[in-house]
Ligand binder design. Structure first.
Ligand SMILES: Nc1nc2c(ncn2[C@@H]2O[C@H](COP(=O)(O)OP(=O)(O)OP(=O)(O)O)[C@@H](O)[C@H]2O)c(=O)[nH]1
Ligand SMILES: [Mg+2]
Length: 348
């Protein structure tokens, strides 16, 4: 089995990536050159660098080779995106590291957003783009001294909010100045994030949490009004297929793990072979508990309504069937775990 392109592995990769930082956000002043910088860092990005302000109105992400995404945000402090909308965009993005791009003087809006980023414990780096245009019109101050002045201004403004010493990285998307340094930063960041991703990918708790989420979300697909009919007819193959395809597990995978074919019917038979007269002991409330804990259900409602209809078949038939479905689901969960254990944490 090719584990790299296995649909289950792909889904798990996404699950882990969503729980691990894997991006850097480009935010900052309108027209500062955020999109141009992304273009420069990624030859294939084709981020739309606009001729006029506010060209980018929603965040857009661009895949970085091997690992990570560069996320292009709109400019801060425009009519199109209010500051509070902007904050919401940052909050819902799950991005932990930002490049704040300046192309001119620090404004009030910039400070408000920087304050917000620091409150949200985001890591912020400050980029001064368009350094090619940083000239003293009177030809008195040197470029070095202009940069020094910019850095001093930044430090004074940030002192109350950013604890670590911060300097601008001076770059130009136009002349290419500083782009290599910026590339090195992006590379270092993504290497660090990738390490964390690999670590998370291999954690047993991460796998367990993914598999439990799959178990939980299969419940509504199994416990439908048609279940009563399925149990009375004892035709479980559709249910089995539903469970396997929900876990993105193929028949081959199942055989690979067990060297035999588990089935709901076999599990029911085992139930009935146990001489315990659980059917009498097992009352309605207990059955609800069994289902709730098996499928990790928080609420009682979905179980109650479905069990009402199962009662018509009678507990002695319904309970072994339900237990059989639970056991088969756990079999497939273990097949899925087996696949994840043997997969490699590649990212794309
Ligand atoms: N001189 C100079 N101009 C630049 C540089 N980088 C970008 N520009 C120009 O600045 C303008 C804005 O560039 P964008 O990349 O669209 O800026 P942005 O920050 O993405 O803008 P919004 O998304 O609208 O906030 C364009 O006309 C670019 O050609 C630079 O390093 N130097
Ligand atoms: Mg843009």
């Amino acid at each position: 089995m090719k584990m790299i392109n296995h649909p289950l592995v792909k889904a798990y990769r996404k699950f882990v990536a969503n729980r691990t930082p894997h991006a850097v956000g480009f935010i900052g002043q309108p027209d500062a050159g955020k999109s141009s910088l992304i273009n420069k860092l990624l030859p294939n990005a084709e981020a739309y660098a606009g001729v006029h302000t506010d060209a980018t109105l929603t965040a857009q992400s661009y895949d970085y080779p091997v690992f990570g995404e560069l996320v292009d945000f709109p400019g801060v402090g425009t009519e199109e995106v209010t500051l509070s909308q902007y904050k919401k965009m940052i909050k819902t993005s799950d991005i932990t590291t930002f490049y704040y791009v300046f192309g001119s003087k620090i404004r009030e809006t910039d400070m408000e957003l920087i304050k917000y980023l620091s409150k949200e414990e985001k890591e912020v780096h400050f980029i001064y783009n368009k350094v090619d245009a940083l000239i003293d019109v009177n030809h008195v101050e040197s470029l070095e001294s202009l940069k020094h002045t910019k850095n001093t201004e930044l430090k004074v403004m940030l002192r109350p909010y950013i604890k670590t010493q911060k300097d601008y990285l001076f770059v130009s998307a136009l002349s290419g100045e500083g782009i290599e340094a910026m590339q090195a930063r992006v590379k270092t960041l993504f290497e660090k994030q990738h390490e964390e991703y690999v670590e998370n990918y291999q954690k047993e708790e991460m796998k367990e949490s993914y598999l439990n989420y799959k178990v939980n979300s299969v419940f509504p697909k199994l416990f439908t009004p048609a279940l009563k009919e399925v149990i009375s007819r004892q035709s479980y193959s559709v249910l089995e297929r539903t469970i396997r395809s929900h876990f993105k597990v193929e028949a081959d995978d199942v055989y690979d793990k067990f060297n035999m074919w588990p089935s709901i019917k076999k599990h029911i038979k085992e139930q009935n072979n146990q001489e315990t007269t659980f059917t009498q002991m097992m009352d309605f409330a207990k059955m609800i508990q069994v289902i709730r804990s098996a499928f990790k259900l928080k609420s009682l409602n979905p179980v109650q309504s479905i069990l009402g209809s199962l009662l018509e078949i009678g507990l002695s038939q319904a309970f072994p069937a339900v237990q059989g479905i639970i056991n088969y689901t756990n079999d497939i969960k273990e097949v899925a775990r087996h696949i994840l254990d043997r997969s490699t944490p590649s990212y794309r």
